[in-house]
Design a protein around this ligand. Structure first.
Ligand code: AMP
Length: 412
């Protein structure tokens, strides 16, 4: 955090008042660097994960610029468009605009898939100042002529790398071609794969580049542990760890939806209040799960990567990687759910024999070994090595085959 205040960054009184009510005293580094330049109208390339305060970094300047007197917004139109890859993130961004913009009188709406369309069409009928959307549903509504993008003056593409992972880049490109050429554009991404860099080059004009945490480096404030454990023992280890009340608000990550359901059922049987959150759940079920987790009604959220990235829940004390992700970058995003907004947090990884390679990749990327709880098995001491050691010597199979052949010959 910096010592300068939000008003020194050039933000207006109604915005500063809303921030004060939220107990935001100082801007985060990305806010301090980006806000003054965005107010000047610059384009921006932000390399930042959630948890850095990036939402306010783009929302505040947009709110301020749209608060200045301007032509009223036309029917079915919007003056600012924010694209987000997931429904949860879109809703969260909408909520941020509501909070920061509560004294501005500006209108916003959120358009996303998985819920009914008529209400969204109705919300867009007389136009809004700020439109937050996921790409698929937005394109549907544009094609049905319920939304016009010709009046967009400020465009934000959030979590561009996630858009790429989820296969939305073509939709995003299509949407960008529908926007007016003369506009302010911002692109945020936690990592910068080639396709995202290419999109940024096409979309942005002489952008200011702000990088707040070096690309894919682990959040320093997270205490990271690893348990070496057999696959079959993971569930018992989880319930054992959860006996400690210090694990007050916990996200458990699994690799598949099916595993998330199974872990969730196991916790239910063990009497731990929890919900599963993944892509197969309906939008309502996902919102309900998040709400229960936020309010503390559910102590544990069992999630897959797809559902949990970008989720912003305060006070997550522990992240448990019940299964290690095969992409080390996902590990960084997962553990970034804790230690947010200046708090500390703990990440615990469960690593079975088949995941030792994933762990090596993670430690290589983050350049820091995880603290081992118990002993780190030597290469010959992993459960897999032990299983191999129990397997009979190949010559045993040879002798058995010879014996069988002999028996068949004798029987013939
Ligand atoms: P984001 O990176 O936009 O997802 O924000 C992460 C979290 O930090 C959110 O819970 C915000 O409400 C919070 N936050 C953002 N900016 C500030 C600030 N300047 N001071 C305190 N909290 C903040």
């Amino acid at each position: 955090m910096n010592d300068i205040t939000f008003s020194q960054l050039g933000l207006s009184e109604p915005l500063c008042r809303a921030l004060a009510a939220e107990d935001y005293t100082y801007p985060t580094p990305i806010q301090a660097q980006a806000i003054p330049r965005l107010l000047e109208g610059r384009d921006l390339l932000g390399i930042a994960q959630t948890g850095t305060g990036k939402t306010a970094a783009f929302a505040l300047p947009i709110l301020q610029k749209l608060s200045k007197p301007q032509l009223p917004v036309g029917a079915r139109s919007a003056h600012a468009l924010i694209l987000a890859p997931t429904r949860e993130l879109a809703i969260q961004i909408g909520e941020s605009f509501r909070i920061y913009g509560k004294h501005t009188g500006l209108r916003h709406t959120v358009i996303l898939g998985g819920v009914g369309q008529p209400q969204q069409v109705k919300a867009m009928a007389r136009g809004v100042d700020i439109l937050i959307a996921t790409p698929g549903r937005l394109l549907d509504l544009v094609q049905q002529k319920h939304v016009r993008l010709q009046d967009v003056k400020h465009f934000v593409l959030d979590e561009a790398d996630r858009m790429l992972d989820m296969g939305f880049i073509r939709d995003v490109r299509k949407i960008v071609t529908m926007l007016p050429r003369h506009r302010q554009s911002l692109l945020f991404s936690a990592t910068m794969p080639n396709d995202v860099a290419k999109l940024a080059a096409e979309m942005l004009c002489d952008p200011l580049r702000v990088e707040v945490t070096p690309q894919a480096v682990t959040v320093d404030r997270v205490d990271q542990h690893v348990h070496f454990v057999e696959t079959a023992q993971k569930r018992a280890l989880l319930t054992d760890l959860l006996k400690d009340t210090k694990l007050a608000r916990v996200i458990v990550f699994t690799r598949t939806k099916h595993h998330a359901n199974r872990v969730s059922e196991h916790l239910e049987r063990a009497g731990v209040s929890n919900d599963a959150l993944h892509g197969n759940k309906s939008q309502n079920a996902r919102q309900r799960a998040l709400q229960r987790f936020r309010s503390g009604e559910a102590r544990v959220l069992v999630a897959t990567d797809i559902a949990a990235r970008g989720i912003d829940v305060d006070g997550v004390t522990h992240v448990i990687n019940f299964e290690l992700p095969n992409e080390p970058e996902s590990y960084v995003h997962r553990i970034g759910r804790t230690a947010r907004a200046g708090n500390a947090g703990t990440a615990i990884a469960f690593c079975d024999a088949s995941e030792r390679g994933f762990l090596r990749d993670i430690e290589k990327l983050t350049r820091q070994p995880l603290t081992v709880v118990g002993a780190r098995p030597a290469a010959h001491d992993t459960p897999q090595a032990k299983r191999e050691a129990r397997r009979p010597d190949p010559s045993v199979y040879r002798r058995r085959r010879q014996w069988h052949r002999g028996r068949q010959r004798r029987a013939a």
